[in-house]
Design a protein around this ligand. Sequence first.
Ligand code: ATP
Ligand code: MG
Length: 275
Amino acid sequence: MAKVFAITNQKGGVGKTTTTVNLAASLAATKRRILLIDLDPQGNATMGCGVDKDAVEFSVYDVLVAGRAIGETVQRAEDSGFDVLPANQDLTAAEVELINEIGREFRLKEALQAVTPHYDYVLIDCPPSLNMLTVNALAAADGVLIPMQCEYYALEGLSALLNTINRVKQLINPALEVEGILRTMYDGRTSLTSQVTDELRRHFDDKVYSTVIPRNVRLAEAPSHGLPVLYYDKQSKGALAYLALAGEILRRASKPSPEAEPDNNLNTQAEQIHG
Ligand code: ATP
Ligand code: MG
């Protein structure tokens, strides 16, 4: 049965989509069966996987609004070895169309039930807001992965997100947990970065991934080629960082105790990249 992670932060441009696409590719490279769900009408994750958002006949909109099966709607990201449930601007209408529907928060969760046995991980790329789409992702998820930049205002935004997560936990998904906090576009040379890191560790302890994602131009270039960075420049710091993140997530999943960390290839790469 798949683990379902919502990649979310209502702040825009923090690396949600970059993380979803590149984590999907890195986990798929370790032979895990991956479904990426694009839940953002911008369709950036869809395009970043090499699927033309304007050419798809059906998208996640049809799944949420018309009850179309996910299995009949996914596209294969051929070059990267995982499945994509695409999104495009049709999705902006979903919120309005679902407004009077009973159980609208559970549309994605219900649709996922038929396909979770076929995957190891389902990664949901959320839009930069705490709207009904994000609530659908949180209702369907086991864990929330929060990408964030180490900036002064980042922690302020985090408390709004944590309130939403707690509300969802109380009202519709008691099993929901924060899976991890990922520091993105990381520059270890600034003192602000280490202050924010200290603050994050005080609040979230070992939920803060020890892997950090450095600022790396290859990560920004890869989407225009419709490729995860692993297949655009596999030697780049960005590609190694996302492989390391996949390794850290897999190790956490196999070892409930945070102290126990077996060594393996990905672990070694992770150590090269830690900030
Ligand atoms: P939105 O809130 O609009 O959905 P997002 O949180 O999904 O944004 P991304 O689209 O992943 O954020 O990233 C924002 C921009 O920063 C993109 O142009 C992306 O290519 C670039 N970017 C993301 N991560 C990195 C990185 N580690 N190094 C360099 N550029 C990055
Ligand atoms: Mg995005």
